[in-house]
Design a protein around this ligand. Sequence first.
Ligand code: 13P
Ligand code: SF4
Length: 328
Amino acid sequence: MNLTEEAAAVGYIARSTPKGAELITEILRLKKEKNAVILAHYYVDGEIQELADYVGDSLGLSQAAENTEADLIVFCGVHFMGETAKILNPSKKVVVPDFNAGCSLADSVPVEEFAALKAAHPEAIVVSYINCSAEIKAMTDIICTSSNAVQIVESIPADREIIFAPDANLGRYVAHKTGRELILWEGACMVHIDISLEKLAVLKSEYPEALLIAHPECKEMILKEADYVGSTTALLKFVETSPSSTFIVATEAGILHKMKHAVPHKHLIPAPSNEQNTCACSECPYMKMNTLEKLYNALYYELPEIHLEESIRIPAYKALKAMLKISV
Ligand code: 13P
Ligand code: SF4
């Protein structure tokens, strides 16, 4: 039985969920009853972040998933994040609110083409950004996230060739910071590369005092303009500690939820995308597939569940552990 059939068999698709305040009460009740933990990335909607036990960036979420003592992990993020939790903590049941919440970076690397790149560079150390599938992780020597990519590349002996996949913008940023030559996979985050340089220039002229802070998945042109570059957690810390009071935030708009909590007196302006969207900001359509109703269903049915073959999980685990040892 495939996942859709399994879910339909237990009424997962047809069942109506509680509404409003009752929905939140039920989520909290089920979480307690099932000894579940809700992990959420900063990019999911604020109402989900409010219910989560832990909200963080990819590195923090991996560490939280590895260390949890809960029986059930409900991962509100995207598919590769749920897989990462399962790789690190295989005795736990890991479910995600929407199995179709993918990632343009993870989707950019077919296994056969990656194998061909590796075969062309048999001596290279393979560094993969955590935004990739479990299969690609299994073909990797060491994983990195946006918060430790520079550190991970610096940990590799200077005479070794390095393949860096799949985010070429992060790769170019790391190459610039470390002075290392990297063999890049030309993948990109559809959200960060769509941030409009033209609209940013208009914003900067309207708010000349604003600092531009950017995630390293942004295009090189934006990173060159930025006053500060960092992972989502690093951007959050930066607005907390910087003496400045106005920031243009060049990453997915979900991070503004925690930023507004942390610095309610500061002016936070989301970076606009090329899209003519109503929020005048940058939103990841995959992260936004997480809803309270789907979170409730995931808790109630313990579906959809992440399953991984041990032949994939074990080498992927080694690559993740190699990173976590460096990023304690
Ligand atoms: P971090 O969580 O490492 O900041 O990366 C952002 C991202 O795009 C996650 O998909
Ligand atoms: Fe993937 Fe970009 Fe969405 Fe993150 S924001 S999940 S990198 S598509």
